[in-house]
Design a protein. Structure first.
Lengths: 384, 384
């Protein structure tokens, strides 16, 4: 999921505005029966392991499933949008290797908007074009910086790959991914694409509500997704799973930690009550990638902890849990997990920005005042 | 004000979550009696034209009014934080002169965080230090880019000015501002510093709620402030005021526009019902700057339109209205108005980020679903 994985402290709500409608959406329903998720009325279980990510992106950004010809055209168009303007490359070259990759994405998106600024008219068609541009080039931004900051190499940000997920793996590893790796990326990107008013999407809508530009809205969303209580959760899950030399060791340790009331990242969800509908599908991806590689340890650890957490706490894994195994088996460094989430969720963010604009509403709640009243001001010379 | 200036369309609420508490704050009360504003319990009318902006920044970021010695130390500290790291300068040099200055600020803040990233621990003391860094160097960021993109000059971002407002004017004009210009900047910055859960502050809190870093939160807030329904309003106000050759011409034209039900930016406010408590003070600033310069036209136009809008619509000017006159008389180009607002409001944003972290709450509302139900998915080959 990545939309929050911390269990609320007893007697204190850790989620604000939970259940309070902050707007309308035709994009998503989530958790109505406890474990369901749909995009524009389509159950994710019907398509997420069958459709290519570009189909889902088209559904979210362009409001319909593409037919064969439209899909072909869309993929070709996205391929042509992978290139980066030279000033953006120069900016990425200024960012050290030690910088958090989410800071790179935040800066890259902000700079993209400084170079390819949205016109003031805020036309829906233009917003869609910018959304396409973002999902096409975000992988290029990340991996141009990744290689340059580590090796000084200015990589080509073009690749022969047809898909966004394939392009990402190609730029990362410098070679063509296998068909099953590309398929794994499609499924993962499909599952992360949209999730109603989660914190990053809501941040995008708050920004868009002021009639600001779409790069500002997506930059804000990236900043929200960066938080460990949101998108950062899959990175934390990976750290847990990599910690153990066997499933037995993992079980013993986690039982002790749960006994000490430690929070285990990757379990539970504020919106789902029964289970995360995305779990079985991403678990299947994790299993088959692990089997193909002949490396079952991390999967076994993750699966054992799934059983333990259910038995001890009746908590289910969310999408982050087996996503971590999947990305690890795709050879993706842990710190690049959340940037992949960005590429996927940008489709949902862009669609929400467009909705917020059509609604023409600014989001401006109130606050409970808890501070002092009627304080007596003194000029600086009279203060103690 | 800058927190929304569009009149709601009839029968449709243009503000979402209005009156719904989305958290606690000890920072601000606004509009309780229809025209009041306090920071940490201190009425702005008591101090905003007397205190230096650094005092108000200290109140908001460091939770108390500084005494004389503390103020001196704080100002010296802020002076030392004006310098920019070389990689940030290189980034700013990549941004064209045609870019919206708010895009520059968004990119500059994002890049500052890529270079001076907040440690994961999210300590309050560290957040305060970063807040000080931001208010000290944001002017440097803006004006380094401003001059380089226009003339190719790599300006010094140090100045002998004691104050943030003075530093801004010094870098902009390349010379020492007068005492009354510095005083005008203090008052303006004081009035813009904090305004409860306005859209940009709320955006910062949504980002901070995921436990993301403070640069992400402030970058998101800058993106929200950029919108013409929020911070961008003072720029729009200026365009209106500059349009006319006399107050009579302005009155005739605005009467016609109001008759056509056009919206006049700079009037009304969703939180204040009686008036904007900041108006008289900023109007005084605008008047005295205009008198000193011997150029009363823009002030006269603005004042006449204040009378007309009250007479015709019972609408009062908000802070943006006479801020526009004031900044114009300070020789600030219109496109730099909202970046000044950033420098001021960063004090409030930082304080809100700290509050949100102490609350440990993620902000995650729900949505009303308005889309189709139970759609039948077809594979791409079967679609029309």
């Amino acid at each position: 999921m990545g939309d929050k994985t911390i269990t609320p402290a007893k007697g204190k709500k850790s989620v604000v505005l939970s259940g309070v409608a902050a707007g309308n959406t035709a994009l998503c329903t989530v958790g109505r029966t406890g474990n369901d998720l749909s995009y524009r009325g389509y159950d994710i279980l019907d398509f997420a392991d069958k459709a290519e990510f570009e189909e889902v992106a088209h559904l979210l950004i362009h409001e319909k499933w593409p037919n064969s010809e439209e899909l072909l055209n869309y993929k070709q168009k996205l391929q042509q949008l992978r290139t980066l303007p030279e000033p953006l490359k120069r900016v990425l070259e200024q960012i050290p290797a030690t910088t958090h990759p989410m800071d790179v994405m935040r800066t890259g998106c902000a700079m993209l908007g400084a170079l390819e600024s949205e016109p003031e008219a805020r036309e829906t068609g233009v917003a869609r074009e910018i959304g396409d541009r973002m999902i096409a080039c975000f992988g290029s931004i990340l991996l141009y910086w990744w290689h340059f900051s580590r090796s000084g190499n200015r990589i080509e940000v073009e690749s022969p790959e047809e898909s966004i997920g394939g392009h990402f793996l190609h730029l990362l590893h410098g070679q063509r991914p296998t068909a099953s790796q590309v398929r794994a990326m499609h499924i993962s990107l499909n599952l992360y694409a949209e999730h109603e008013f989660n914190a990053s999407t809501f941040a995008a809508r708050v920004v868009a509500g002021t009639d600001s530009d779409i790069h500002s809205a997506i930059t804000g969303a990236i900043g929200a997704l960066r938080g460990p209580k949101h998108g950062g959760a899959n990175e934390a899950a990976c750290e847990i799973q990599k910690r153990y030399a066997s499933a037995d060791e993992a079980e013993a340790d986690i039982r002790a930690r749960v006994g000490r009331k430690e929070i285990i990242i990757g379990f539970g969800h504020p919106v789902y009550t029964i289970g995360d509908p995305r779990n079985e599908m991403i678990k299947g991806v994790a299993r088959s990638l692990s089997a193909e590689a002949g490396e079952m340890l991390m999967f076994d650890v993750a699966e054992r902890l799934e059983t333990v957490m259910w038995e001890m706490k009746k908590m289910f894994p969310n999408l982050d849990w087996f996503s971590a195994v999947s990305y690890h088996m795709l050879g993706v460094p842990t710190s690049l997990f959340t940037p992949i989430f960005i590429i996927s969720r940008t489709t949902g963010w862009v669609a929400h920005v467009i909705e917020q604009r059509i609604d023409k509403k600014i989001i401006r709640p109130s606050a409970e005042y808890t501070g002092p009243e009627n304080q007596l001001w003194k000029p600086v010379g009279e203060r103690e």
